[in-house]
Design a protein around this ligand. Structure first.
Ligand SMILES: Cc1cc2nc3c(=O)[nH]c(=O)nc-3n(C[C@H](O)[C@H](O)[C@H](O)COP(=O)(O)OP(=O)(O)OC[C@H]3O[C@@H](n4cnc5c(N)ncnc54)[C@H](O)[C@@H]3O)c2cc1C
Length: 391
């Protein structure tokens, strides 16, 4: 693994840290608890500030409006931005748009790029990725995919139901996974504009955590007619492309979660250093120091696993095992770190003042979305048993 960091990446990292400290963290105070998101007028203004500071779509090539970082560079920047849960959206590098940009960059033709990719990069529109379905449809097990597209001349007619589609309310288009003519082997990705007749955003689902713009939505597709030019890649390439999207997208989640784990511990450290009890500082208690030490080990291991997977991917290798290890470890680490931070801060940790309760509610989804911990363990274990991977 070569983890040499260029001067340019170090400079962007410093800019990202300054943006989080000076812009994103102060803005968190305006979080609207009733709506479970930031006020849009404020986020639009702060997105302009992110652009001005040269932090827009860091993950994209320079020729397409990004900063030209490779995945290891991206890990360093995203883990800085992830210290505030709102900073990635402000810099247009949050899920699901960031993963969708990656996918469109790889697979969209020029016409599709003009319609969807460039406006997404500019932040003029938002998008969603619709894979998960209500039971008995696809969830942890994609082979139960039920949404179906039937070929009708130059068109495909899509029928199905999706849910937990992040950002769908207000999105301009969705990338929809559907079987073709009921053949699972022919699963395909369709670009579906949200003004297509027959498409309905049924509801934003009430969830434990906060959400970014567009919530997590249930969607219905009733005879939605899509021209064949709206296929992303080719017919039957759906699962290959979803691997291309989900692998890096799981990793960029890990990068942001590392940042949020670190921030939680920083908040707790500040409290522990100031808090006087039992004749000394809370931070002097060995039991508390051990909590920080355990967290440091977990964060450091998770970050290294993330960097390892990023390094394999940037060299064009097969990073599936490394990504599953990183996703499992970092999602669990985030939950443990926020929980510990709340414990260290006592009742104040449980309140809304320190933001930890917001992080705590958000963190829980990390162990479920983009493959629950159990499915990653299953994949890792199978690879080890078959000898495909080693210890
Ligand atoms: C906040 C959030 C945002 C999301 N955003 C999107 C999105 O934008 N687009 C999208 O398509 N989906 C999205 N999802 C859905 C997410 O990807 C699915 O929740 C996930 O794939 C699991 O599917 P499921 O919820 O149907 O759980 P199920 O498949 O019903 O599984 C339930 C539980 O079974 C257990 N389990 C599963 N497999 C195994 C196994 N092999 N061994 C042991 N136990 C197992 C796990 O604990 C799992 O949590 C989102 C989910 C959340 C929570």
């Amino acid at each position: 693994m070569d983890l040499t960091v260029s001067k340019e990446v170090e400079e962007i990292k410093a800019k990202a840290r300054a943006f989080v400290e000076e812009v994103a963290i102060p803005a968190e105070d305006h979080y609207d608890y009733n709506r479970g998101r930031m006020p849009e007028t404020l986020t639009e203004a702060l997105r302009l500030e992110a652009k001005k500071r040269g932090l827009w779509t860091a993950h994209l090539p320079k020729s397409e409006g990004g900063l030209g970082l490779d995945l290891v560079g991206t890990a360093l920047i995203f883990s800085e931005l992830g210290r505030s849960p709102i900073a990635p959206y402000l810099c247009n590098c949050d899920a699901p748009d960031e993963g969708n940009m990656h996918l469109l960059h790889l697979a969209a033709n020029e016409e599709q790029k003009k319609k969807y990719y460039y406006p997404l990069v500019e932040g003029k529109i938002r998008s969603g990725f619709a894979m998960t379905e209500p039971p008995p449809g696809a969830g942890s097990d994609p082979t139960t995919l039920a949404t179906n597209a039937v070929k009708d001349g130059e068109h495909y007619v899509i029928n199905g139901r999706k849910w937990y589609c992040t950002g769908a309310n207000g999105a301009s288009f969705l990338i929809v996974m559907a079987k073709v003519n009921d053949s699972f082997r022919r699963t395909t990705m369709f670009l579906v504009p949200t003004d297509a007749p027959g498409y309905t955003m049924v509801r934003e689902i009430d969830v434990l955590g906060s959400h970014g713009p567009g919530g997590h939505c249930e969607l219905n597709f009733e005879n939605v007619k899509v021209h064949e030019s709206q296929i992303l890649g080719k017919v039957a390439e759906g699962f290959r492309l979803s691997q291309e999207r989900l692998g890096p997208a799981r990793l960029t989640h890990c990068m942001r979660w590392i940042g949020l784990s670190r921030r939680s511990l920083e908040i707790a450290r500040e409290y522990a250093i100031k808090r006087e009890l039992f004749g000394g500082k809370l931070s002097e208690q060995q039991g508390i120091q051990w909590m920080f030490a355990e967290a440091a080990l977990e964060i450091e291991s998770g970050f290294l696993l993330t960097l390892k997977a990023a390094d394999i991917l940037r060299k064009g290798g097969d990073a599936r095992q490394a990504i599953s290890l990183a996703k499992w470890q970092v999602s669990e680490t985030l939950n443990k770190c926020v929980d510990r931070a709340i414990q260290i801060c006592g009742s104040h940790g449980f309140s809304r003042y320190l933001k930890l309760e917001l992080f705590y509610r958000d963190a829980r989804a990390a162990r479920i979305a983009d493959g629950p911990t159990e499915t990653h363990k299953m994949v890792i274990g199978r690879n080890l048993m078959s000898g495909k991977e080693n210890f």
